[in-house]
Design a protein around this ligand. Structure first.
Ligand code: 6R9
Length: 648
């Protein structure tokens, strides 16, 4: 198949910050002399004390440590709010669009200042101080942003937990971060359906046990009557009335933690990815400006949830550091109609739109009419994130949503990277549908083979990054050894991304997906080990193995092989019960799409489950199972193949 290439339009090379020559020159400068490059870029934020030590990073093998701007002091909330008050106090900072289209509001930078200060004062009055952890379990309402920024203002470390996670998952995160303070809402609202957030918090605290959580701040969203524990729980609107709209900012060292965000890995429980203050802010602000070609006056919309890193970096911190107008959407793409995204774009004259391939694929199914009946003429640029975008979805996004006139920035990055690492720049980079294209400034990607040999030119292998960038995670919260093991031991001296990739003759990168036991379901990361441990916790399950399989809309679906306890019967009932069980244990995003009851799993003689074979069966590639001679009992494979579950 001939590769399609989209040139940069003349209009774009004129309007953008950089053209191709500009990109190349700046990239060269950034990797040749990172110290000098980042010293200059650090000036884009306000420092109370300017950093003089710029880069102090070591990828090992010994003493892995990452420090940027380490003698500088600043405050993220100051940069995202206070700094803008003189110049853009009356400009809209956040456009909030509710689940119901009749509800929306605009919050100016001055109002944001007032709200965040109140939230910070409410927290401070209840003992929250620099270095304390705060769990935020919220719907997509402005108070979620206020809570995050309030933590940043006080120097507290937020841990946002996605509102779709179960009480158990929430409890695990509260315990790991030892958070005494929780911010939540009575209920969430998505697609017209209510989510019992406060009830889930109560259940999570119950599970965590006494002595950890002292305060629960409850924002009224739906007004539902919820259980309020005297002395522990307080309504935000009531508490906010009692405090002032001014609150001093804490002076933070560049390397003081800003937040923890839990993410799935290939083994064990989710890791608390820790990001710090100065480098993260410089990096997210810079990428937001260049990748989205953000200019003053633009309306920018990222459809992610603040429970994921994309929401942290590109709804909140990057945009607000740049004094942008950022849109925050509470709802879902299909409610009240399948035109919702495009209606919101017209309603608020959105110029830059950033979403996930899974959303595009599901909207594609309804055809062009729901899109074409809207104007979308305000749109200038489209973005994609979360998983590889297949060329068909790319083309549809480009032709139908963007009317063929908007470049698409396919941005590759991770919770761990803090910000975008591989991406087109809209005025500089020719686009190839399905490729994240070229590295951002300061980023040194390499393709390595299984032995760690660096491959040059056109190559396919695993993606590593050879040197540090300011937005990189610093450690796994409370477990630096796990950080070193996970990211720096596979290829000593390099950061291992966990992704496979191909580099083509033009030096473009094509991410091929995870090479570890992480699957990507609708852009959400799931460790197969987490789903397995939820399944085996069920009293009727003896063993479980979980793999991904290609799914038309979700990208990957969850395929679970389950062996039952002796005497248990595989029934349709039990299948449903197990799906419901996993939803309850982890949350709806982890629901298995297919469950196959298997009398036995393929194992090596040493008892290791051979996932390679399970993956092939789930992918419908029976003819290509590879070497099965090392199996303890080759007969189990026949049964597995015969009883393969059909997709959807
Ligand atoms: C930001 C985010 C990270 C994993 C990553 C990769 C996949 C993200 C992608 C992409 C291909 C892209 N991924 N963006 N794959 N093209 N543009 O999604 O963070 O939730 O930590 O997921 O997502 O596999 O390793 P996170």
């Amino acid at each position: 198949m001939e590769e399609k290439i989209y040139d940069v339009s003349p209009e774009w090379s004129r309007r953008a910050y950089l053209d191709d020559a500009g990109y190349k020159a700046k990239y060269e400068a950034s990797v040749k002399d990172p110290e000098r490059f980042w010293a200059e870029e650090a000036k884009r934020i306000h420092w109370f004390k300017q950093p003089t030590r710029i880069k102090n990073t070591n990828f090992g093998p010994e003493n892995v440590a990452i420090r940027w701007f380490e003698d500088g002091t600043t405050n993220v909330a100051y940069n995202c709010i206070d700094r803008h008050l003189d110049t853009r106090g009356d400009q809209v900072a956040i456009i909030w669009e509710g689940d119901d289209p009749s509800e929306s509001k605009k919050i100016t930078y001055r109002e944001l200042h007032d709200e965040v200060c109140r939230m910070a004062n409410v927290m401070r009055n209840r003992g929250v101080a620099k270095g304390d952890r705060v769990t935020i379990y919220m719907p997509m309402i402005p108070e979620a942003a206020y809570a995050m920024l309030a933590c940043a203002r006080l120097g507290a470390i937020h841990s946002v937990v996605f509102g779709g996670f179960s009480p158990d998952s929430l409890a695990g995160r509260i315990e790991d971060a030892k958070t005494a303070f929780i911010v939540t809402a009575d209920e969430g609202l998505r697609g017209g359906r209510k989510v019992p957030l406060k009830e889930n918090v109560d259940a999570a605290i119950e599970r965590v046990g006494p002595g950890i959580v002292d305060h629960v701040l409850v924002v009224r969203r739906t007004g539902a009557a919820v259980n309020m524990v005297p002395g522990r729980d307080v309504y935000y609107d009531e508490a906010a009335q009692m405090v002032s709209g001014e609150c001093p900012v804490e002076e933070m060292n560049a390397e003081d933690p800003l937040f923890i965000l839990y993410t799935s890995g290939s083994t064990g429980k989710p890791k608390g990815v820790l990001h710090t203050t100065g480098g993260y802010l410089v990096y997210t602000a810079m990428t937001h400006q260049y990748v989205f070609d953000y200019h003053d006056g633009d309306v920018y919309w990222c459809t992610a949830d603040v429970g994921w890193v994309t929401g942290h970096s590109y709804i909140l911190y990057g945009p607000l550091a740049n004094g942008a107008t950022t849109l925050m959407f509470e709802g879902v793409p299909t409610y009240p109609s399948i035109s919702r995204f495009w209606d919101v774009i017209d309603k608020h004259n959105v110029n830059i739109f950033y979403t996930a391939p899974t959303a595009i694929r599901s909207l594609m199914q309804a055809g062009e009419d729901p899109v074409k009946k809207t104007s979308r003429k305000s749109l200038r640029l489209l973005g994609s994130v979360g998983e590889p975008i297949n060329p068909e979805a790319w083309e549809w996004y480009h032709r139908v949503v963007g009317d063929g006139r908007c470049p698409i920035v396919d941005t590759w990055w991770q919770t761990e990277t803090g910000g975008i690492l591989i991406t087109p720049l809209p005025g500089a980079t020719k686009l190839k549908p399905g490729s994240a294209t070229r590295p951002f400034f300061g980023v040194k990607p390499q393709v390595v083979d299984a032995d760690g040999k660096v491959l040059e030119g056109q190559a396919e292998g695993n993606l590593v990054i050879a040197d540090s960038w300011p937005g990189q995670m610093r450690t796994v919260y409370g477990d630096h050894e796990r950080f070193v093991q996970t990211y720096f031991s596979t290829y000593p001296g390099k950061y291992f991304t966990g992704d496979g990739c191909r580099r083509d003759a033009d030096g473009y990168y094509w991410i091929t997906g995870r090479v570890d036991d992480v699957i990507n379901v609708s852009g959400h990361r799931m460790g197969t080990a987490e789903v397995e441990s939820a399944l085996v916790a069920h009293p009727k399950v003896s063993e479980a193995a979980v793999v991904g399989y290609p799914h038309d809309i979700k990208g990957q679906g969850i395929y679970a092989y389950v062996t039952l306890m002796a005497g248990e019967q595989p029934t349709e009932e039990l299948r449903k019960e197990l799906v419901a069980w996993v939803r309850k244990e982890i949350g709806p995003i982890a629901s298995p799409d297919l469950i196959q009851f298997a009398p036995g799993l393929p194992k090596t003689r040493s008892g290791k489950i051979m996932r390679r074979i399970l993956r092939k069966i789930a992918e419908d590639e029976f003819g290509n199972l590879g070497d099965t001679s090392t199996l303890a009992d080759p007969a189990v494979v026949n049964d597995l193949v015969e009883n393969r579950q059909n997709k959807r």
